[in-house]
Design a binder for this molecule. Sequence first.
Ligand SMILES: NC(=O)C1=CN([C@@H]2O[C@H](COP(=O)(O)OP(=O)(O)OC[C@H]3O[C@@H](n4cnc5c(N)ncnc54)[C@H](O)[C@@H]3O)[C@@H](O)[C@H]2O)C=CC1
Ligand SMILES: O=C(O)[C@H]1O[C@H](OP(=O)(O)OP(=O)(O)OC[C@H]2O[C@@H](n3ccc(=O)[nH]c3=O)[C@H](O)[C@@H]2O)[C@H](O)[C@@H](O)[C@@H]1O
Length: 426
Amino acid sequence: MNICIVGAGYVGITTAAVLSELGHIVYCTDRIASKIARLNKGEIPIYEPGLEELVARGIQNGTLFFDTEVRAHMAACPIVMIAVGTPPRRDGSADMSYLDSVVADLAASIKSHTIVIVKSTVPPGQSDWIESRLHEAGVPEQWVDVVSNPEFLREGTALQDSIHPDRIVIGAKREQASRVVKEMYRSIESEYVLTERIDAEMIKYVSNAFLAIKISFINEIARVCEAFGADVTTVAKGVGLDQRIGPRFLQAGLGYGGSCLPKDINALSYVAGTKGVKLKMLHAARTINRTQLDVYLHKLKQALDGNDQPTIAVWGATFKENTDDTRFSQAIAFMKKLVRQGWKVKAYDPLVSPPIRGVSWSQHPYEAIVGADALVLATGWDELIHADWASVSEQMKGNVVLDGRNLLDSTLLEAAGLRYVGVGRS
Ligand SMILES: NC(=O)C1=CN([C@@H]2O[C@H](COP(=O)(O)OP(=O)(O)OC[C@H]3O[C@@H](n4cnc5c(N)ncnc54)[C@H](O)[C@@H]3O)[C@@H](O)[C@H]2O)C=CC1
Ligand SMILES: O=C(O)[C@H]1O[C@H](OP(=O)(O)OP(=O)(O)OC[C@H]2O[C@@H](n3ccc(=O)[nH]c3=O)[C@H](O)[C@@H]2O)[C@H](O)[C@@H](O)[C@@H]1O
């Protein structure tokens, strides 16, 4: 099949590379010429393990192309997949302006039957809206099938998630369109959920909302574990072994971030509100996530024993490990809070060093801790988890280590003379 993907971001590039690997001819398009130029040279504008090799193979095999000619490929391909961003607006709603302009391009380009796949995360009812906009713009009804096919990949494990997904959700009006999209994924073994478009759109939002609730739930439980002297990691393990609950997304820490969980729970709350439905669980999840940083700032202050001019080293800036994405990163939000205390902040991340007022960046993790009173592990990068704790202890001025991801071995740290402070573990 010939497929045009609109939007060369995390989702667009990953999906393009995987579909080309499945034997399709894929044109991945974007408005940003510099991005496309880099991609054509085999340079990936994002950090995603394994993606560079897959993209290179697609280009070499002549099955994967990157181009700025969005409309030309829309006109030529029977399948167009929309993978543009749907970022948050100030009021919590999803900003549909990128999608709007894609729809305008589609209206001007479609000349024969086209399946328009909505891969971007959109509010319920958006596929119906796209369809009516195209009809209003003069695209005959029989020329277009709009299909909702939400994406569930995670950054950092995008390829694995795309090749071995838990499920592929396809929401379509006509069975024929569902069948074509299912055929597009051909050799991917997965549970296929063929459903109505509105259900498919809802499945995406509800999945992210549930993941956010699960994390906030364990973060709230971490607070009560601390109050009773229990260890939240042991509690989560014991609870997660119940198959009805499951062990994943029960890792307590500084809270969830990233470009999707925060934005999607806001967007779901917003659309629910337009129908008069108040989503109280989502509200609680958001509140817990926001206050989580204050809880651990307070804990850090206590551990610093009255030192009110400390130097704090922060390891990790991305919203999680194995990505260079800093959107809505709790690590960065925490750094800003530390700076607002009037404290000196030195930071290190293996991939990024975004300018943040009051934060000085180091080229090496051990450089950041020289003279530090406390160290905060804010992102769970492997190289940081497996640090040489004896050296860390030697370089630091103080001995407090706040494990903001509950990934460190407290016994090892304590053996090196460090004072371990975890989340939900006293
Ligand atoms: N990042 C992730 O891990 C996941 C994202 N999603 C959803 O997928 C969608 C895309 O997300 P990302 O890939 O992170 O976005 P992104 O922001 O990384 O990339 C979007 C790309 O679309 C391009 N674009 C915007 N308007 C365009 C237009 N009119 N024509 C051509 N190109 C255009 C932009 O230049 C940009 O390169 C969002 O709705 C997001 O919620 C879903 C699952 C996972
Ligand atoms: O819609 C999306 O864009 C994607 O959003 C999330 O994926 P992602 O944002 O890449 O990252 P996650 O692995 O979900 O982590 C999100 C945040 O939660 C935190 N987290 C995760 C798991 C956990 O147990 N505890 C925890 O604090 C992470 O550190 C990170 O800050 C979902 O997991 C994907 O299924 C979805 O496709």
